[in-house]
Design a protein around this ligand. Sequence first.
Ligand code: FAD
Length: 540
Amino acid sequence: MTDHQPQPEFTATERAVLEPFVTSVDARIFGLRNLPEVVKGALFSRYSRSEKSIRRILLDEFIHQPESGFHQLVATPTNASADQIVATKQAEAFYDRVLVGYGDDSVAELGGAHVACEDISNVAAKILEDARIGLSPLEKSTRYVSFTTKIDGAFRYVRESSIMASPHADAYIAAMDGLFEAYAALLAPTIGWVQSQSPRDANTSERAYTAATRAKAFDLLRGLLPMATRTNVGMYGNGRAFEYLITRAGSHDLTELQSIKTRLYDALSAMIPSFVKRAHSDRGAAMGAYLATIRVAGADAARAIPTKEYAQTPNVQLVAYQQDALQRVVTAILYPHADADYDTVAAHVATLDHAQCAALVAQASGERAVRFHKPGRAFEEAVYTFDIIADIGAYRDLQRHRMLTQERQPYGVELGYSVPPELIAAGLDGPFRAAIEQAITVTRRIRADLPTASQYAVPMACHMRWRFTLNLREAFHLCELRSSQQGHPAYRRVAQDIYRLLSAVHPTLTAAMHFVDMHDHPLERLAAEQRLDKKLASQK
Ligand SMILES: Cc1cc2nc3c(=O)[nH]c(=O)nc-3n(C[C@H](O)[C@H](O)[C@H](O)COP(=O)(O)OP(=O)(O)OC[C@H]3O[C@@H](n4cnc5c(N)ncnc54)[C@H](O)[C@@H]3O)c2cc1C
């Protein structure tokens, strides 16, 4: 990455044990190999709740844990690296013949890989997670993992190279350290306050209570984490998606992304070389240059727009929708069952009155027993655009939805920031505000010289703007999932606002959105932890 940080140390024995299973024991971006899919999936799922690297988890929780059944599942290859290289070279020759024969890029979707990206910044993680089709990321959570731990005496944030080479280096370090110090200092009192407000009742286990109250405290404090905060992202994806990801990473001018591009390519080349080699070809370079050029052209053109940067409260605006959405959806409901062209079906729908259309929408929505029962593709005909301002923490979560179009403006400090009302009620907002204000001052100074790099210094409490263009079918999924009780209040509010706005303009189309939770919940994770208790008890 952009700065040097010693890797977690493995003993010589540990290195020998790990080597067959990872493309590198040292690199921060590496692939998983010679492991059953279930083990790779389980390993990545641990990222969400663990501070450890995947290689450490693999050793501690799988290889050295007899009850994991690892040694029954995995026959340790004796000469794995050499065998794998020979095997992939043979496959590469075969694959090249197929690609030449059929010449279709989609052939590269037929092979996949698991890649771990560790200790990357949140700025970089979001760029990787902008990927939609063909990639499935899983990231370290800010809700279950403490960010107080130092590595070699340093808090876990990226010392971005252009900032470190600038006169702003000392101020950047002081502001970032200030954020992490405030986070560390506020954690215990925040947990104490949360517990004082929601005492444990007799029906709640100590485990569930501790987990739920810790998660709440982490949620309240995550605004202190800057975008430079290091995170771990595990990605499973197909070759085509990875090729595009490498190309896209290389089109960014941030040093960290350039480094990630090279390391991603190295890791994937050790596993699926044929699928990603075009990313490093002239074709890949031309594609990267094309992406960079259109981005720069867009930024140049946007300079003509007057800047509107002033502190704002989070809000969601519905800025575009179709007046004829109901007719479109009803036409699409009938179309697959008709023996007539689209215009004829639409002409028939034009003869129906509102009640008849509503009845067809209700019939197509069916009896939704649970939120997973989603109406069909006809509901994709209604499309909505939202302009959203919320804190970066909420954006980080909502950005993970892929079945829609969303794009953000740069992370900055001019739209104000949110202080959780609970911290104000607890009288703990003073140190929170002081650390954020210091980071804001430093970000402004860095931005004057290094606008792109200044995004690293922005705390997640700061507001940002982004747009969503989504269809009604995805809106069912997003509003119902993201308003559910266990969600973070900041994104629950966005999901609830989207639902409110949709149901105001299209009450008939949204009538079947039964599972949007419009209530507030003081201890969001408690019910989920209680359910987990029941599952754990049933496994005994
Ligand atoms: C309470 C909560 C906690 C979370 N915690 C974490 C966490 O700790 N770490 C973390 O990284 N993420 C976390 N997430 C994010 C989560 O993993 C998803 O990335 C996010 O919710 C987007 O959901 P989705 O994939 O269902 O939706 P979308 O991407 O919007 O997709 C919509 C639907 O399309 C289908 N679909 C989309 N892509 C695929 C695909 N590739 N394969 C198959 N079907 C697909 C699925 O049916 C999906 O539900 C959390 C989410 C919630 C709600």
